[in-house]
Write a protein that binds this ligand. Sequence first.
Ligand SMILES: [Mg+2]
Length: 361
Amino acid sequence: MQGQLKELSETINLPSLGEREVLVANASVADNMGNIVYNSSTSPCHSEGSRGYGNTSGIENEALRHLEGNVQGRLVPKEASTLPSALDCLSEFVSKKLLNRKVILFLDYDGTLSPIVDDPDSAFLPEETKVALLKLTQVGIPVAIVSGRARKKIQNFVNIDTLYYAGSHGFDICGPNGYIVPHQVAGEALPVLGKAAEMIEEQIVNKFPGSSIEDNILSKTLHYRRCPPSVVPELERKLDDILQRFPQLHKTYGKCVFEIRPKINWDKGKAVEWLLSELAMDSPDVVPIYIGDDRTDEDAFRVVVERGVAIIVAEDSRYATFANFRLKDPFEVRNFLVKFWASILDIMEKGNNWDKLADGK
Ligand SMILES: [Mg+2]
Protein backbone atom coordinates (compact mmCIF):
# COMPACT_ATOMS: atom_id res chain seq x y z
CA MET A 1 0.00 0.00 0.00
CA GLN A 2 2.79 2.43 0.88
CA GLY A 3 4.25 1.92 -2.58
CA GLN A 4 0.93 2.65 -4.21
CA LEU A 5 0.51 5.79 -2.16
CA LYS A 6 4.02 6.91 -3.01
CA GLU A 7 3.24 6.40 -6.69
CA LEU A 8 0.03 8.35 -6.24
CA SER A 9 1.91 11.20 -4.62
CA GLU A 10 4.62 11.34 -7.22
CA THR A 11 2.34 11.20 -10.22
CA ILE A 12 -0.09 13.91 -9.30
CA ASN A 13 2.08 15.95 -6.96
CA LEU A 14 0.24 14.82 -3.91
CA PRO A 15 2.25 14.98 -0.71
CA SER A 16 4.36 12.00 0.19
CA LEU A 17 2.42 10.14 2.81
CA GLY A 18 4.25 9.21 5.95
CA GLU A 19 6.27 12.41 5.92
CA ARG A 20 5.53 15.75 7.49
CA GLU A 21 7.29 17.66 4.73
CA VAL A 22 4.29 17.38 2.50
CA LEU A 23 4.48 20.47 0.35
CA VAL A 24 7.41 21.62 -1.66
CA ALA A 25 8.72 24.70 0.03
CA ASN A 26 8.58 27.85 -2.01
CA ALA A 27 10.76 30.15 0.00
CA SER A 28 9.66 33.28 -1.77
CA VAL A 29 6.05 32.51 -1.04
CA ALA A 30 6.74 31.73 2.59
CA ASP A 31 8.95 34.76 3.09
CA ASN A 32 6.44 37.04 1.46
CA MET A 33 3.36 35.45 2.85
CA GLY A 34 2.48 38.56 4.79
CA ASN A 35 2.63 40.66 1.66
CA ILE A 36 0.63 38.11 -0.26
CA VAL A 37 -2.08 38.18 2.33
CA TYR A 38 -2.11 41.93 2.76
CA ASN A 39 -2.05 42.87 -0.88
CA SER A 40 -3.88 40.04 -2.48
CA SER A 41 -7.22 41.58 -3.22
CA THR A 42 -8.65 44.59 -4.91
CA SER A 43 -11.87 44.00 -2.99
CA PRO A 44 -11.77 44.06 0.78
CA CYS A 45 -14.09 41.08 0.80
CA HIS A 46 -12.33 38.74 -1.57
CA SER A 47 -9.56 37.83 0.82
CA GLU A 48 -10.22 37.83 4.51
CA GLY A 49 -6.60 38.63 5.18
CA SER A 50 -6.70 41.83 3.19
CA ARG A 51 -9.57 43.80 4.47
CA GLY A 52 -8.88 46.88 2.46
CA TYR A 53 -8.28 49.38 5.24
CA GLY A 54 -5.33 50.79 7.05
CA ASN A 55 -5.01 48.82 10.28
CA THR A 56 -3.13 45.64 9.52
CA SER A 57 -1.95 44.63 12.98
CA GLY A 58 -4.61 41.96 13.30
CA ILE A 59 -3.79 40.67 9.84
CA GLU A 60 -0.10 40.51 10.66
CA ASN A 61 -0.85 38.45 13.73
CA GLU A 62 -2.98 36.07 11.73
CA ALA A 63 -0.35 35.72 9.02
CA LEU A 64 2.41 35.19 11.53
CA ARG A 65 0.37 32.60 13.37
CA HIS A 66 -0.31 30.87 10.11
CA LEU A 67 3.35 30.95 9.13
CA GLU A 68 4.45 29.83 12.58
CA GLY A 69 2.14 26.84 12.46
CA ASN A 70 3.52 26.07 9.08
CA VAL A 71 7.09 26.06 10.31
CA GLN A 72 6.21 23.89 13.28
CA GLY A 73 4.39 21.39 11.11
CA ARG A 74 6.92 21.77 8.28
CA LEU A 75 4.06 22.58 5.96
CA VAL A 76 4.71 25.47 3.66
CA PRO A 77 1.96 27.56 2.05
CA LYS A 78 1.98 28.00 -1.68
CA GLU A 79 0.68 30.73 -3.89
CA ALA A 80 -2.64 29.73 -5.43
CA SER A 81 -1.36 30.54 -8.92
CA THR A 82 1.26 27.79 -8.62
CA LEU A 83 -1.33 25.10 -7.96
CA PRO A 84 -2.71 22.85 -10.72
CA SER A 85 -6.36 23.14 -11.62
CA ALA A 86 -8.40 20.43 -9.92
CA LEU A 87 -10.60 20.35 -13.03
CA ASP A 88 -7.68 19.68 -15.37
CA CYS A 89 -6.35 16.87 -13.17
CA LEU A 90 -9.65 15.22 -12.33
CA SER A 91 -10.01 12.63 -15.08
CA GLU A 92 -6.59 11.13 -14.60
CA PHE A 93 -6.92 11.35 -10.86
CA VAL A 94 -10.20 9.43 -10.77
CA SER A 95 -9.49 6.88 -13.45
CA LYS A 96 -5.97 5.97 -12.38
CA LYS A 97 -5.52 6.89 -8.76
CA LEU A 98 -8.75 6.36 -6.86
CA LEU A 99 -9.61 2.83 -7.87
CA ASN A 100 -9.69 0.47 -4.90
CA ARG A 101 -9.54 3.36 -2.52
CA LYS A 102 -12.29 4.95 -0.48
CA VAL A 103 -13.14 8.59 -0.98
CA ILE A 104 -14.85 11.10 1.26
CA LEU A 105 -15.73 14.60 0.12
CA PHE A 106 -15.70 17.62 2.45
CA LEU A 107 -17.07 20.95 1.27
CA ASP A 108 -17.24 24.42 2.74
CA TYR A 109 -20.45 26.27 1.86
CA ASP A 110 -20.14 30.06 1.41
CA GLY A 111 -17.80 30.98 -1.42
CA THR A 112 -17.34 27.31 -2.27
CA LEU A 113 -20.73 25.79 -3.08
CA SER A 114 -22.62 29.07 -3.01
CA PRO A 115 -21.31 32.37 -4.42
CA ILE A 116 -20.65 35.07 -1.82
CA VAL A 117 -23.59 37.46 -1.69
CA ASP A 118 -24.25 40.69 0.20
CA ASP A 119 -27.14 39.23 2.17
CA PRO A 120 -25.92 36.11 4.02
CA ASP A 121 -29.49 34.84 4.25
CA SER A 122 -29.65 34.74 0.45
CA ALA A 123 -26.64 32.47 -0.11
CA PHE A 124 -28.71 29.80 -1.79
CA LEU A 125 -27.27 26.61 -3.24
CA PRO A 126 -27.38 26.61 -7.06
CA GLU A 127 -29.69 23.85 -8.26
CA GLU A 128 -27.04 22.26 -10.52
CA THR A 129 -24.67 22.02 -7.56
CA LYS A 130 -27.35 20.42 -5.43
CA VAL A 131 -28.03 17.83 -8.12
CA ALA A 132 -24.32 17.03 -8.36
CA LEU A 133 -24.07 16.53 -4.57
CA LEU A 134 -27.11 14.31 -4.63
CA LYS A 135 -25.72 12.18 -7.45
CA LEU A 136 -22.40 11.77 -5.64
CA THR A 137 -24.16 10.45 -2.54
CA GLN A 138 -26.21 8.14 -4.75
CA VAL A 139 -23.04 6.46 -6.01
CA GLY A 140 -21.92 5.98 -2.42
CA ILE A 141 -19.53 8.86 -1.81
CA PRO A 142 -19.87 10.23 1.72
CA VAL A 143 -20.27 14.02 1.48
CA ALA A 144 -19.89 16.41 4.42
CA ILE A 145 -20.58 20.13 4.50
CA VAL A 146 -18.22 21.96 6.87
CA SER A 147 -19.27 25.55 7.48
CA GLY A 148 -19.04 28.44 9.88
CA ARG A 149 -22.79 28.79 9.70
CA ALA A 150 -25.22 27.21 12.12
CA ARG A 151 -25.73 23.58 11.22
CA LYS A 152 -29.47 23.88 10.85
CA LYS A 153 -29.13 26.88 8.57
CA ILE A 154 -26.75 24.98 6.31
CA GLN A 155 -29.06 21.97 6.35
CA ASN A 156 -31.89 24.24 5.22
CA PHE A 157 -29.78 25.78 2.45
CA VAL A 158 -28.57 22.44 1.12
CA ASN A 159 -31.61 20.35 1.98
CA ILE A 160 -30.18 16.92 1.24
CA ASP A 161 -30.86 14.36 3.96
CA THR A 162 -28.02 12.05 3.00
CA LEU A 163 -25.16 14.43 3.80
CA TYR A 164 -23.10 15.00 6.92
CA TYR A 165 -23.25 18.53 8.32
CA ALA A 166 -20.61 20.22 10.47
CA GLY A 167 -21.85 23.66 11.49
CA SER A 168 -20.36 26.48 13.56
CA HIS A 169 -16.85 25.69 12.27
CA GLY A 170 -17.29 22.06 13.24
CA PHE A 171 -18.50 22.70 16.79
CA ASP A 172 -21.78 21.03 15.85
CA ILE A 173 -21.78 17.89 13.68
CA CYS A 174 -24.43 15.41 12.70
CA GLY A 175 -24.84 12.66 10.13
CA PRO A 176 -27.49 11.78 7.58
CA ASN A 177 -30.80 10.61 8.94
CA GLY A 178 -29.35 10.20 12.42
CA TYR A 179 -26.63 7.89 11.08
CA ILE A 180 -24.25 9.08 13.76
CA VAL A 181 -25.02 10.73 17.05
CA PRO A 182 -25.00 14.50 16.68
CA HIS A 183 -21.72 15.86 17.92
CA GLN A 184 -21.48 19.14 19.75
CA VAL A 185 -18.64 20.78 21.57
CA ALA A 186 -18.57 24.12 23.36
CA GLY A 187 -22.18 23.95 24.50
CA GLU A 188 -21.12 25.47 27.80
CA ALA A 189 -20.08 28.59 25.92
CA LEU A 190 -23.63 29.35 24.80
CA PRO A 191 -24.56 31.74 27.67
CA VAL A 192 -21.33 33.71 27.24
CA LEU A 193 -21.79 33.91 23.47
CA GLY A 194 -25.33 35.14 24.03
CA LYS A 195 -24.20 37.95 26.32
CA ALA A 196 -21.47 38.99 23.90
CA ALA A 197 -23.96 38.97 21.03
CA GLU A 198 -26.32 41.26 22.95
CA MET A 199 -23.53 43.79 23.49
CA ILE A 200 -22.44 43.56 19.86
CA GLU A 201 -26.03 44.19 18.77
CA GLU A 202 -26.33 47.23 21.02
CA GLN A 203 -22.92 48.78 20.57
CA ILE A 204 -22.06 47.86 16.99
CA VAL A 205 -24.98 46.70 14.88
CA ASN A 206 -27.23 49.52 16.09
CA LYS A 207 -24.54 52.12 15.47
CA PHE A 208 -22.82 51.00 12.26
CA PRO A 209 -25.31 50.97 9.35
CA GLY A 210 -24.75 47.95 7.14
CA SER A 211 -23.38 45.73 9.88
CA SER A 212 -25.29 42.71 11.13
CA ILE A 213 -24.76 39.82 13.47
CA GLU A 214 -25.60 36.27 12.51
CA ASP A 215 -26.40 33.67 15.13
CA ASN A 216 -24.54 30.49 14.27
CA ILE A 217 -25.48 29.04 17.66
CA LEU A 218 -22.00 27.96 18.74
CA SER A 219 -20.37 30.96 17.14
CA LYS A 220 -21.49 34.45 16.12
CA THR A 221 -20.64 36.20 12.88
CA LEU A 222 -20.39 39.99 12.64
CA HIS A 223 -20.88 40.95 8.99
CA TYR A 224 -19.47 44.24 7.69
CA ARG A 225 -19.63 43.67 3.93
CA ARG A 226 -22.19 46.43 3.54
CA CYS A 227 -20.34 48.95 5.75
CA PRO A 228 -18.17 51.73 4.26
CA PRO A 229 -14.55 50.49 4.49
CA SER A 230 -13.60 53.66 6.39
CA VAL A 231 -15.64 52.64 9.45
CA VAL A 232 -14.39 49.07 9.72
CA PRO A 233 -11.32 49.83 11.89
CA GLU A 234 -13.56 51.58 14.43
CA LEU A 235 -16.04 48.72 14.26
CA GLU A 236 -13.27 46.24 14.95
CA ARG A 237 -11.98 48.31 17.89
CA LYS A 238 -15.47 48.29 19.38
CA LEU A 239 -15.63 44.53 18.94
CA ASP A 240 -12.22 44.11 20.59
CA ASP A 241 -13.38 46.24 23.54
CA ILE A 242 -16.42 44.03 23.98
CA LEU A 243 -14.44 40.81 23.70
CA GLN A 244 -12.03 41.96 26.41
CA ARG A 245 -14.89 41.31 28.81
CA PHE A 246 -15.24 37.72 27.62
CA PRO A 247 -11.91 35.92 27.98
CA GLN A 248 -13.65 32.65 27.03
CA LEU A 249 -14.17 33.98 23.49
CA HIS A 250 -11.92 35.07 20.67
CA LYS A 251 -12.17 36.75 17.29
CA THR A 252 -11.17 35.23 13.97
CA TYR A 253 -11.31 36.63 10.44
CA GLY A 254 -13.41 35.71 7.44
CA LYS A 255 -14.45 37.37 4.21
CA CYS A 256 -15.86 40.70 5.41
CA VAL A 257 -16.80 39.10 8.69
CA PHE A 258 -15.44 38.75 12.17
CA GLU A 259 -16.20 35.44 13.80
CA ILE A 260 -16.68 35.27 17.56
CA ARG A 261 -15.90 31.78 18.75
CA PRO A 262 -15.28 29.93 22.02
CA LYS A 263 -11.59 29.59 22.92
CA ILE A 264 -11.49 25.87 22.42
CA ASN A 265 -8.96 23.90 20.45
CA TRP A 266 -11.47 22.97 17.81
CA ASP A 267 -11.71 24.02 14.18
CA LYS A 268 -12.65 22.69 10.75
CA GLY A 269 -9.54 20.52 10.73
CA LYS A 270 -10.54 18.92 14.02
CA ALA A 271 -14.05 18.40 12.64
CA VAL A 272 -12.63 16.61 9.60
CA GLU A 273 -10.44 14.41 11.80
CA TRP A 274 -13.42 13.61 14.01
CA LEU A 275 -15.60 12.61 11.07
CA LEU A 276 -12.86 10.48 9.50
CA SER A 277 -12.48 8.66 12.80
CA GLU A 278 -16.23 8.28 13.40
CA LEU A 279 -16.73 6.86 9.91
CA ALA A 280 -13.76 4.52 10.27
CA MET A 281 -12.14 6.30 7.35
CA ASP A 282 -9.01 7.41 9.15
CA SER A 283 -6.76 5.00 7.30
CA PRO A 284 -4.20 5.21 4.48
CA ASP A 285 -6.54 3.64 1.94
CA VAL A 286 -8.94 6.57 2.23
CA VAL A 287 -8.51 9.65 0.05
CA PRO A 288 -10.26 12.64 1.64
CA ILE A 289 -11.04 15.57 -0.62
CA TYR A 290 -11.65 19.00 0.94
CA ILE A 291 -12.78 22.07 -1.00
CA GLY A 292 -12.92 25.49 0.67
CA ASP A 293 -12.24 29.15 0.07
CA ASP A 294 -11.49 30.84 3.35
CA ARG A 295 -8.80 31.11 6.01
CA THR A 296 -10.75 28.82 8.33
CA ASP A 297 -10.56 26.10 5.68
CA GLU A 298 -6.76 26.09 5.94
CA ASP A 299 -7.06 24.12 9.21
CA ALA A 300 -8.82 21.40 7.24
CA PHE A 301 -6.37 21.62 4.35
CA ARG A 302 -3.54 20.89 6.77
CA VAL A 303 -5.31 17.71 7.85
CA VAL A 304 -6.33 16.56 4.40
CA VAL A 305 -3.28 17.47 2.35
CA GLU A 306 -1.15 14.85 4.05
CA ARG A 307 -3.30 12.03 2.76
CA GLY A 308 -5.61 13.40 0.08
CA VAL A 309 -6.68 16.35 -2.01
CA ALA A 310 -7.06 19.91 -0.69
CA ILE A 311 -8.62 22.35 -3.14
CA ILE A 312 -8.62 26.10 -2.56
CA VAL A 313 -11.33 28.13 -4.26
CA ALA A 314 -9.57 31.38 -5.06
CA GLU A 315 -9.97 33.93 -7.81
CA ASP A 316 -6.96 35.73 -6.42
CA SER A 317 -3.91 33.92 -7.73
CA ARG A 318 -1.64 35.36 -5.02
CA TYR A 319 -3.65 33.87 -2.18
CA ALA A 320 -1.34 31.82 0.08
CA THR A 321 -2.68 28.40 0.97
CA PHE A 322 -1.87 24.92 2.20
CA ALA A 323 -4.05 23.40 -0.53
CA ASN A 324 -2.52 21.37 -3.34
CA PHE A 325 -5.08 22.10 -6.08
CA ARG A 326 -7.12 25.11 -7.08
CA LEU A 327 -10.54 26.01 -8.45
CA LYS A 328 -11.38 29.61 -9.32
CA ASP A 329 -14.94 30.02 -8.06
CA PRO A 330 -18.14 28.20 -7.08
CA PHE A 331 -18.97 27.68 -10.75
CA GLU A 332 -15.78 25.71 -11.19
CA VAL A 333 -16.63 23.81 -8.00
CA ARG A 334 -19.97 22.87 -9.54
CA ASN A 335 -18.21 21.76 -12.74
CA PHE A 336 -15.74 19.75 -10.70
CA LEU A 337 -18.53 17.96 -8.81
CA VAL A 338 -20.42 17.18 -12.01
CA LYS A 339 -17.26 15.95 -13.71
CA PHE A 340 -16.29 13.93 -10.64
CA TRP A 341 -19.67 12.20 -10.61
CA ALA A 342 -19.53 11.57 -14.37
CA SER A 343 -16.07 10.06 -14.05
CA ILE A 344 -17.24 7.71 -11.32
CA LEU A 345 -20.25 6.72 -13.35
CA ASP A 346 -18.02 5.99 -16.33
CA ILE A 347 -15.87 3.71 -14.20
CA MET A 348 -18.93 1.89 -12.90
CA GLU A 349 -20.33 1.41 -16.40
CA LYS A 350 -17.05 -0.10 -17.50
CA GLY A 351 -17.40 -2.63 -14.69
CA ASN A 352 -14.37 -1.50 -12.81
CA ASN A 353 -14.09 -2.10 -9.14
CA TRP A 354 -15.65 1.02 -7.71
CA ASP A 355 -17.33 -0.61 -4.75
CA LYS A 356 -14.26 -0.52 -2.56
CA LEU A 357 -13.85 3.15 -3.30
CA ALA A 358 -17.47 3.90 -2.58
CA ASP A 359 -18.07 1.82 0.49
CA GLY A 360 -17.11 4.58 2.87
CA LYS A 361 -20.49 4.41 4.55
MG1 LIG B 1 -16.30 29.82 2.72
